[in-house]
Design a binder for this molecule. Structure first.
Ligand SMILES: [Ca+2]
Length: 171
């Protein structure tokens, strides 16, 4: 019981943080549509939205969101110790921990998530382009990878739920 309460608090906080950092559920659903519309003829935004929503109920996803966004915010406020402050603030290419955290999301629904993540990380459509705009003064070193990873995981879930019972996909 206590565990359930804590989990849902975590979920509320994770969803709230995404919104606060400028990412709406629809923004991620659009990435899923971008990734999957060529494979599914009648794909709707509603289906994309539903699959993103289900991904956000996963504890490992919520933890990745909380951890990554916290580090982005601390870096934005210049509150981290050096050299980590500079590394995250300037989104140094060889850092890589942002991608490692994202990988904990990518494979929640199987390994095709990995291919989708790699693709979308290169293309940077929609919200990913906005998050990568360094001129804003905001730091999204972790968030861009997390958002791409949620879209990739939702795409995998979508693919799996077509061949399986919808409810069994989250077991
Ligand atoms: Ca990044």
């Amino acid at each position: 019981m206590e565990n359930n309460t804590r989990q849902s608090e975590l979920e509320i906080k994770a969803r709230q943080l995404l919104t606060e950092r400028g990412v709406e559920l629809d923004d991620i659903a659009e990435l899923v549509y971008y990734l999957q519309s060529k494979y599914h003829d009648d794909l709707t935004m509603d289906e994309c939205r539903h699959n993103v929503d289900r991904v956000l109920t996963k504890r490992e996803v919520q933890n990745a969101i909380l951890t990554g966004i916290q580090l982005d915010v601390m870096a934005e406020k210049k509150m981290l110790d050096q050299p980590l402050q500079k590394t995250i603030d300037t989104d140094e290419g060889l850092y890589g921990v942002d991608e490692i955290i994202a990988l904990s999301i990518v494979n929640v629904y199987g390994s095709i998530g990995f291919t989708n993540y790699g693709y979308i990380d290169k293309q940077k459509p929609g919200i990913l382009k906005k998050l990568n705009d360094k001129s804003s003064g905001e730091v999204h070193t972790f968030l861009d990878d997390i958002v791409g990873a949620i879209a990739a995981a939702a795409s995998s879930r979508l693919a799996h739920s077509e061949s399986a019972n919808e409810e069994s996909v989250d077991d």
